[in-house]
Design a protein around this ligand. Structure first.
Ligand SMILES: Nc1nc2c(ncn2[C@@H]2O[C@H](COP(=O)(O)OP(=O)(O)OP(=O)(O)O)[C@@H](O)[C@H]2O)c(=O)[nH]1
Ligand SMILES: [Mg+2]
Ligand SMILES: [Zn+2]
Length: 364
């Protein structure tokens, strides 16, 4: 691990930045003129962060800390993929994100957890030998669109078992409009295709249950065994949680960036401002809804409901419609909780202000 970094006011936007620095970020940098060195978070530890520099993208990451001011502000919100401004080995500035992939934090009521920041692609993986759940993919795809990323569905371990074609078809149905890629690290199927999608300086986050082969796939993409994977003999390594932290890695051959994540057991969806994830991920249902007799049809029991008609004739699966309603409710519920939490926070700030003035008055 090397020591400090030199401040560089002259940090210029080259044609393609190895780590994904772009004009939006550059603009923030210019308006917050400082002598800070931009860096990208590649991993988050308890009390420190690993970062990479655009000027030395392949150097081992630097370990840095965060300034007390930022720690108090919103430190827990820093995520892999975030761009920060360094002063020596201390984070003094955090850049606004252009996208963020989030989930509802397990257990907590409506606290969002940023899985990855500044991401262009979300790769959602299921394996062929899993009793793969289309419902889980629906959640990932919804969150991917909502995050402002483009979802791609990966069917991994295609060298195993039968039923690949049926599985692909089922995935295409729950992820309308999304590319579905069959992969295998044994036959190398799909590896080049994924490499070609993540352009130089673009970032992809790879998500999916534990054991679907995320880290193995990343090693294949990188052409190097960088990530620890479950034992090769255990091809059905369900729920083992081999990867324990999120990590941003660079694909040397193409200059694309990919974030490995630990398998997620629960994946709650969070409503994002201006997010249109539900509309995009359920475009099959949204398209049908345009044909309903009533403009505000809720597809419950209304006459001339094109959605219910499609279920009746077998064009739309009842399970898919149920899951649309369920996710719609979940988003609305989390949004209300979020608003309530915000109101409580504002209320607390207001009472603090009132107390302050009351104290001030007494002093006079
Ligand atoms: N046959 C076959 N096995 C694979 C393939 N990809 C991964 N595996 C095996 O699947 C198991 C799990 O792989 P990992 O890469 O550790 O899974 P992961 O998704 O990273 O799991 P977590 O880190 O726990 O989230 C290992 O035994 C791999 O060897 C594949 O394409 N074909
Ligand atoms: Mg892993
Ligand atoms: Zn309807």
């Amino acid at each position: 691990m090397t020591g400090g970094t030199t401040p560089s006011r002259s940090f210029a936007l080259t044609n393609i930045s190895p780590l994904g620095w772009n004009e939006t970020l550059q603009h923030q940098f210019a308006t917050n003129t400082s002598d800070l060195q931009p860096a990208r978070i590649t991993a988050v530890d308890r009390d420190s962060y690993l970062v990479a520099l655009d000027t030395k993208p392949d150097a081992p990451p630097l370990r840095v800390t965060i300034s007390g001011r930022l720690r108090h502000k919103d430190a827990h919100a820093l995520a892999v993929g975030d761009w920060v401004g360094l002063c020596d080995t201390r984070i003094d500035f955090v850049f606004d994100r252009y996208s963020r992939f989030v989930r509802k934090r397990a257990g907590e009521l409506s606290e969002e957890q940023v899985i990855a920041a500044n991401v262009d692609w979300t790769l959602a993986a299921v394996s062929l030998n899993d009793d793969f759940s289309p419902r889980r993919i629906e959640r990932f795809v919804l969150a991917a669109w909502d995050a402002g990323t483009t979802p791609i569905v990966l069917l991994t371990k295609c060298d195993l078992g039968e039923g690949k074609e049926e599985a692909i078809e089922a995935l295409e149905q729950v992820a309308p409009g999304c590319r579905v890629i069959a992969t295998s690290v044994v036959t190398n199927e799909g590896i080049d295709e994924i490499r070609s999608i993540i352009g130089p300086g673009q970032t992809a986050v790879l998500v999916g249950s534990s054991g679907v082969g995320k880290s193995t796939l990343i090693n294949a993409l990188l052409g190097d065994d960088v990530q620890l994977t479950a034992d090769i003999r255990d091809t059905d390594a369900k729920g083992r949680h081999t990867t324990t932290r999120r990590e941003l890695l660079r694909i040397p051959e193409t200059g694309g960036l990919i974030i490995d994540t630990p398998g997620m057991r629960e994946f709650g969806v969070v409503s994002m401002d201006d997010g249109d994830g539900l509309e995009l991920s359920f475009r099959d249902i949204e398209d049908l809804a345009m044909l309903c007799g009533f403009r505000d049809c809720q597809h419950q029991s209304e006459p001339n409901c094109a959605v219910l008609d499609a279920v009746d004739v077998g064009d739309l699966e009842q399970r898919r419609l149920d899951s649309y309603f369920k996710l719609q409710r979940e988003l609305a519920y989390n949004e209300r909780r979020h608003d309530a939490a915000l109101q409580r926070k504002e209320g607390r700030a207001l009472s603090a202000l009132i107390r302050k003035f009351a104290k001030h008055d007494r002093k006079r």
